[in-house]
Design a protein around this ligand. Structure first.
Ligand code: ZN
Length: 329
């Protein structure tokens, strides 16, 4: 008989338990489901809502927690439905309500810090500590437009990087990015601790749809099948993600109004203009120009853009061959 403990919740072999885990040192309670398989095996941690306006990931976590049964598992799932709960309840988008921090910049956190630090610390010491693998469900934030893609950890021991890449390759999205970071983000930090981890980006702009959630659940199930934790074979996919290299994340140098010229997912050539920042009179303050041929992974889509905050992110698309024409798609 196996017993899996997360905070003050626990589940035994063959049980599914849902309840709340308290963020240590706060009165915040996080919704959690533990599914302990009838057969013993590896434990997969799944989280939604690190960024609270990324609704596709949150709804995917909620539905996966409801649908998967202990009888289907050789191993266990720990599902954290919504990591930034107070942010969600105040619609703060990426920020924790109490301190204005972005959770995915604060890992591994600190038990004595502000609320965001304490959430990160609880996630590391109660959730990641139990995990053999980790799937973090994101999407574009409330002001971000993106093309679906998947990150896997890139800064970790080679076996962990390889295992994470294998998980990412069964995700049904066109692009895969190996993260150059070993800290800050929840999945980055988990990777640096030896847990193969991926982050799925699907959906954006504070919206969600049944279709996107179905695709998200299919992705999660396929990773679990690939890991032999969920019964069945990895199902057919439309996409087999290709590696996007040399990712450039450009931050804005001015606060003002943003006028992007491309759509997320567009391919372009070095020197093409990706957008303008203008002041409130319509005067151009800044021109964003592509530093290389690339595929646009995500960009700010709100009229408001903020100095020092993200503007565009793009990388090299191996499928966009030299000599091919740029597309504005
Ligand atoms: Zn996110």
């Amino acid at each position: 008989m196996q017993i899996l403990k997360v905070g003050n919740m626990c589940a035994k072999t063959g049980e599914k338990v849902s309840g709340y885990v308290q963020v240590k040192g706060t009165d915040i309670e996080l919704a959690v489901t533990i599914i302990c398989g009838e057969k013993e095996g590896k434990t997969v941690f799944i989280s939604g809502g690190v960024h609270n306006a990324e609704y596709v990931g949150i709804e995917t976590a909620i539905e996966i927690a409801n649908e998967i049964l202990p009888s289907q598992l050789t191993g266990n799932l720990i599902i954290l439905h919504l990591m930034n709960r107070t942010g969600f309840e105040h619609r703060t988008m990426s920020m924790v309500y109490e301190d204005g921090k972005n959770l995915n910049r604060e890992f591994p956190g600190n038990a004595q810090g502000t609320t965001a630090d304490r959430i990160c610390h609880t996630v590391v010491t109660e959730f990641q500590k139990n995990a053999d693998y980790y799937i973090d469900l994101h999407c574009g934030d409330g002001y971000e437009e993106l093309t679906p893609y998947v990150y896997c950890v890139g800064v970790a021991v080679p076996e962990v990087v390889k295992a994470a890449k294998g998980m990412a390759e069964v995700i049904n999205v066109p692009y895969l990015v190996q993260s150059p970071c070993g800290s800050g983000g929840s999945y980055n930090y988990a990777g640096s601790c030896g847990i193969p981890s991926i982050l799925i980006e699907r959906g954006c702009m504070g919206r969600w749809s049944k279709e996107e959630v179905e695709l998200g659940k299919k992705d999660v199930r396929n990773v679990l099948r690939y890991l032999k934790v969920l019964q069945g074979e990895v199902s057919k996919r439309t996409y087999h993600p290709v590696d996007v290299g040399n990712v450039i994340c450009k931050n804005a140098e001015h606060t003002g109004c943003w006028y992007p010229t491309k759509k997320a997912g567009a391919n372009f050539r070095k020197g093409e203009i990706l957008g303008y920042i203008k002041d409130y009179f319509g005067n151009v303050l800044e021109t964003c120009t592509a530093e290389m041929d690339g595929i646009l992974l995500y960009q700010v889509a709100s009229l408001c853009i903020i100095k020092g905050d993200s503007m565009v992110a793009y990388g090299e698309n191996p499928n966009h061959k030299e000599g091919a024409k740029g597309t504005d798609g």
